[in-house]
Design a protein. Sequence first.
Length: 83
Amino acid sequence: MARYAKALGHPVRIFVMDLLSKQSCCYSGDLTDELPIAKSTLSQHLKELKEAGLIQGEIEAPRIKYCINKDNWAEAQKLFKDF
């Protein structure tokens, strides 16, 4: 639970999760159009979410496609609800 909470502890990461949850998948390039932050900053936020297991990436050159990891997201939601 702490791992998920830490990953969700920033408004940008909450926004990314919300955006991805409303789509089947989203390319990281599309996210820079949605957020007024540098690509390097966005990459760091995506890295945090990926390391926590909340999103997964798939390389489709020249982009990486990010999607919600549905199993881990469901687990995180259950943990927070039970807490």
